[in-house]
Design a protein around this ligand. Structure first.
Ligand code: DON
Length: 432
């Protein structure tokens, strides 16, 4: 069978191909020469499957899409406190190149606007790195997100540097507030080189999928940044990634996203997918016109809005039954899926409503594929309380989804790999 997904992508591209509204970025002369007809879209799943249609392997400069990734590196390299002291997380509601600085401190409002991104560039890498070392660190970091070594488009870079008066002005303002502590021109050059990295839509989708996959590149398997960093970056992308169009985007598309003036656009839906589109004509906000349309379509066609999530908790208790009869009876609660707080709460209620009378109680985790920290602690508390009520509690856990379970004070649990083992253990104890 041929996968329907590339066919679907090609169909959606065809639907928007005739939209010629907007114009390629004009303020960087080299970008104005881009072929405005280019159009491509790529889906990268968090397990590494990649689908694309159209211009997926054409290189263009990453521009502002580099911002969330360099922010991630700075957070990972310097820690949250250092970065947050210099760059805020509030949406500015203004254009990307506004001098949006907090009154008094001069702190840029967020890392997605140029003022914040220039500062973030200066915070990437270890303290004390010189400009060249820092740039190399940024290139390596972004390359790790993409899963291949990225290179700089020197002609786009020098074209932008010749017209970088506004970014230089922003950097000098930042230096006057001591937000930047080094030569503003050198930082702008490093930031501009970062923006001039060449990527394809395929690279961008993999970079987005690395964010969607909790910081692990789904193709290389490399952990690029820690999970708390990813949470911070995606949060900021969802509130600030589309600049003064962020509210429209959040309500209509609902995927944490970032655009770039060369026509790239990425979205990262946690746990599911990284998406990238490429189309150089931009709207008044500096976002790709057809990219915005494609994302709107993908989101509504495939239910990708981050606020639309299935009622996972309801199906966590797959079945609740008794095997054996009389003194041989064993109560079994079969759980399934990914368990988080709301799922664990369902299990708590199921156990309370059942009020098992059978001495052995087995929680069967065979069909559970993930369990987060709070759910694990709640299940172990159920074990502890059942023990205190006089039950022999079993975890049927052949895949060790809860490694080394410790139910705490007064709790006791036996880990087995099948229901049959519960039966023989209960019989050996003479209960069940
Ligand atoms: O700082 C600049 O002006 C560019 N090199 C990057 C701007 C950008 O991509 C804005 N995003 N839509």
């Amino acid at each position: 069978m041929r996968s329907p997904i590339p066919d679907y992508l090609a169909e959606v591209l065809a639907d928007f191909a005739s939209d010629t509204s907007g114009a390629p970025a004009g303020y960087i002369p080299e970008l104005a020469t881009a072929d405005p007809e280019r159009l491509g879209a790529v889906f990268a799943m968090v397990d590494g499957a990649v689908y694309g249609a159209g211009d997926v392997d054409i290189e263009f400069t990453i521009q502002s899409i580099s911002k969330p990734f360099t922010y991630a590196l700075a957070l990972a390299d310097r820690g949250f406190d250092t970065v947050l002291a210099k760059v805020g997380v509030e949406p500015s509601g203004e254009a990307f190149n506004e001098i949006s600085l907090e009154g008094g401190s001069g702190r840029p409002l967020n890392p997605m606007i140029n003022a914040g991104a220039i500062t973030t560039h200066s915070l990437a890498g270890a303290e004390g790195m010189d400009a060249a070392q820092r740039l190399d660190h940024v290139v390596s970091g972004l390359s790790a997100f993409a899963g291949r070594r990225l290179s700089i488009d020197e002609s786009v870079c020098s074209s932008e540097m010749e017209h970088a008066h506004r970014n230089l002005a922003i950097a000098h303002m930042l230096r006057s507030y001591n937000i930047l502590t080094e030569d503003p021109a050198a930082v702008v050059e490093g930031y501009t080189r970062q923006c001039s990295l060449l990527v394809t839509a395929r690279d961008l989708a993999v970079m987005a999928a690395t964010l969607a996959n909790h910081g692990v590149n789904p193709l290389s398997g490399e952990r690029v940044v820690p999970e708390p960093v990813v949470r911070q970056v995606l949060s900021v992308m969802s509130t600030c990634g589309m600049y003064d169009a962020a509210g429209d985007w959040a309500t209509q598309v609902g995927i944490p996203a970032k655009s770039g003036v060369a026509g790239g656009l990425i979205g990262a839906l946690p746990g599911q997918i990284g998406i990238a589109t490429f189309s150089p004509r931009l709207d008044a906000h500096g976002n790709s016109v057809r990219g915005v349309s494609l994302f709107g379509r993908f989101s509504s066609d495939m239910g990708l809005h981050v606020m639309e999530v299935p009622a996972a908790a309801r199906s966590v208790v797959r079945s609740n039954y008794v095997v054996g009869a009389g003194p041989n009876a064993i109560r079994v609660l079969e759980l399934q899926g990914g368990i988080r707080f709301a799922g664990a709460e369902r299990v708590v209620r199921e156990v309370m409503d059942t009020a098992p009378t059978e001495a052995p109680v087995a929680l069967d985790l065979t069909m559970v594929y993930s369990i987060d920290d709070v759910a694990r602690r709640m299940l172990l508390e159920i074990v502890r309380r059942l023990t205190l009520d006089g039950h022999d509690v079993y975890l049927i856990d052949p895949e060790f989804i809860i490694p080394d379970p410790d139910p705490g004070d007064g709790g006791r649990v036996s880990v087995v790999s099948s229901l049959g083992q519960v039966g023989s253990d209960a019989a050996r104890r003479g209960r069940g």
